[in-house]
Design a protein around this ligand. Structure first.
Ligand code: PGA
Length: 267
């Protein structure tokens, strides 16, 4: 039995003070809620405060990304040991926004500016591997764009991203990861992937994991769905056989809506 896992990705939202205020309200709303793992993923700058504010609760903390090297001349980057040291348990790797793949096209975001978001299949692989080496659980994000789906390539894109992310992993490393199926067209758009289709692709991800590490390992790995998850669609999604939780953006920003997602997902 896989424990459901609900993670809130705050993206570039919330100052330190706002993060603390969120936790002050949220921890009471989920106190005593068991049968579900909960994580909050603030910006780097609010990690320490969020770790302190959640100490002694059932809420874990994750980073939204990291570099893969231990230290060195990498201006602006944050290392795996820094993420671990501050008290994180999780780290999101390869979110579509970090890969420069946006659900909602933004005015002024030229090809050149998009290069700022530089994750690739190769960087997702080395970052995921570095996370495991530092006893962090990577939440590895995969998903197709609308163009890829309309061209009939959704399955091929997702399978190839999963295979690339796990390339070189041994069967005993794979249980340490979480996968998140995040169709790019459903992120921040209000358009959720239909639950049967989301479940089908999450099942495809599990089959791809099985091809790398065997079916018994694949059975233990949690596969989240992400993309416009809200209190009014979580029950439908979480009820599906291959959906083990959610990676949540917008609906994780308010304590009451995020608590509703957590409670609806508890076993
Ligand atoms: P959303 O974002 O819930 O706002 O669609 C999901 C995500 O990017 O993980």
């Amino acid at each position: 039995m896989r424990t459901p896992f609900i993670a809130g990705n705050w993206k570039m939202n919330k100052t330190v003070g706002e993060a603390i205020a969120f936790v002050d309200e949220f921890r009471g709303l989920v106190a005593g809620v068991a049968g579900v793992d909960i994580a909050l993923c603030p910006a780097f700058i609010a990690l320490e405060a969020t770790v302190k504010a959640t100490a002694g609760t059932n809420i874990a903390v994750g980073a939204q990304g990291m570099f893969w090297k231990e230290s060195g001349a990498y201006t602006g980057e944050v290392s795996p040991s820094m993420v671990k040291d501050v008290g994180c348990k999780y780290v999101i790797i390869g979110h579509s926004e970090r890969r420069g793949r946006f659900g909602v096209p933004e005015a002024g975001m030229t090809e050149d500016l998009l290069k700022v978001f530089g994750d690739t299949d190769a960087s997702v692989n080395v970052k995921s591997s570095a996370a495991l080496q530092h006893d962090l659980t990577p939440i590895i994000c995969v998903g197709e764009t609308l163009d890829e789906r309309q061209a009939g390539n959704a399955d091929a894109v997702v399978q190839s991203q999963v295979r690339a992310a796990l390339a070189g992993f041994t069967a005993d490393q794979v249980p340490g990861v979480v996968l998140a199926y995040e169709p790019v067209w459903a992120i921040g758009t209000g358009e959720t992937c239909e639950s049967n289709e989301a479940n089908r692709v999450c099942g495809l991800i599990r089959q791809t994991i099985a091809a790398v590490a065997g079916p018994s390992v694949a059975d233990t790995v949690r596969v989240q769905y992400g993309g416009s998850v809200k209190p009014d669609n979580i029950e439908e999604l979480i009820g599906k056989s291959d959906i083990d939780g959610a990676l949540v953006g917008g609906a994780s920003l308010k304590p009451d809506s995020f608590a509703a997602l957590v409670k609806a997902s508890a076993l």
